[in-house]
Design a protein around this ligand. Structure first.
Ligand code: FES
Length: 326
């Protein structure tokens, strides 16, 4: 999730330390001002919004052990080709600086009823998952991680993942940038053990591959966190998107959805709020039944060929008219 407007109620946190974690990845520790209250609590999988020096908000998973309230730990990958948010953090922010930071939110929580966990991480997508490993470590529920990184130098938290406490649970895979060396997830995902929940965070191609290979898993057991890797509303440049019309079946009201605008936003603009949470196609909160028309799915919850439901925060329409059960 990203943007330019500063969310309300951001806390000014001080950068207590920064250190290189892997190639182009920096680990920051953010603490409250001396004498200030402890930080709001968070669970594994939570993230905070940070206002970067470039004036862009960015979402970062909290990596530290859930329950810690004296600091937040975030790992920032310097995206050389990005809009400049992460780059400004890595290049400009030094120990002692203040950063506006929002309260933790969690669209990627560990399932309380899961009996075991399978984690798949790619690149900087390890960050929410390392907090999950720390939360589960030493507990009764088994867990396993496959972490794909380009090279040993690009592997974040490598020392911790290789240490005796976590090493038996972790497989680190390096493809060295060669697609022929990509990890083969098919055998791993073929037959989910009963009670297993799958959590995946990483680049879009990795999540798409895992999503395709886990379609047969029981409903509600596969979870994705896009970690801002996916544009919040427009994987296609807005200039190339097609406008369409949404008709609300219960009232007959028709709402035009322009290129570059989500259905959710178009409804809001007409004073018609709908449920939502992550607004990036990962949580399922905005799931809406489709009565007529052809959805174009851009989320991580529904199958690509699902015809009777749509996530209105990111998905669009292939047909000129989409009739929703609203
Ligand atoms: S609000 Fe989370 S999927 Fe749409």
């Amino acid at each position: 999730m990203s943007g330019t407007a500063e969310p309300t109620a951001m806390m000014p946190l001080r950068v207590a330390s920064r250190r290189p974690l892997a190639h182009d990845i920096v680990l920051f520790h953010l603490v409250p001002e001396a004498g200030a209250d402890l930080l709001p609590a968070f669970d594994a999988g939570a993230h905070v919004v940070v206002m970067t020096p470039a004036g862009l908000t960015r979402r970062y998973s909290l990596c530290n052990t859930p329950g810690e309230r004296h600091r937040y730990e975030i790992a920032v990958k310097r995206e050389a080709q990005g809009l400049g948010g992460s780059r400004s953090l890595v290049d400009q922010v030094q120990v002692g600086d203040r950063l506006p930071v929002g309260r933790p939110e969690n669209f990627f929580p560990l399932d309380a009823h899961a009996q075991r966990f399978l984690f798949v991480a790619g690149g900087i997508g390890i960050t929410p998952i390392v907090a999950m490993l720390r939360a589960l470590q030493g507990g009764p529920r088994p867990f396993e991680l496959v972490y794909c990184a380009r090279s040993p130098e690009a592997t974040a938290f490598a020392d911790e993942l290789r240490a005796p406490a976590l090493a038996p649970h972790c497989r680190l895979h390096h493809d060295l940038g060669d697609p022929a060396r990509a990890f083969d997830f098919a055998p791993l995902l073929a037959e989910p053990a009963p009670g297993t929940h799958l959590y995946c965070c990483g680049p879009v191609p990795l999540m798409q591959s895992v999503r395709a290979l886990s379609r047969h898993w029981p409903a509600g057991t596969v979870h994705f966190e896009d970690f801002g890797a996916r544009p919040t509303a427009a994987p296609t440049p807005p200039s190339k998107e097609q406008a369409f019309t949404v008709r609300l079946a219960r009232s007959g009201l028709e709402v035009p959805v322009a290129a570059g605008t989500s259905i959710l936003q178009a409804l809001r603009d007409r004073g018609l709020p709908a449920p939502s949470s992550c607004e990036s196609g990962t949580c399922g909160a905005c799931r809406t039944p489709v009565v007529e028309g052809l959805p174009e799915h851009r989320d991580y919850v529904l199958d690509e060929d699902a015809a009777d439901e749509i996530m209105i925060c990111v998905s669009r329409a292939r047909s000129p008219l989409l009739v929703l059960d609203l």
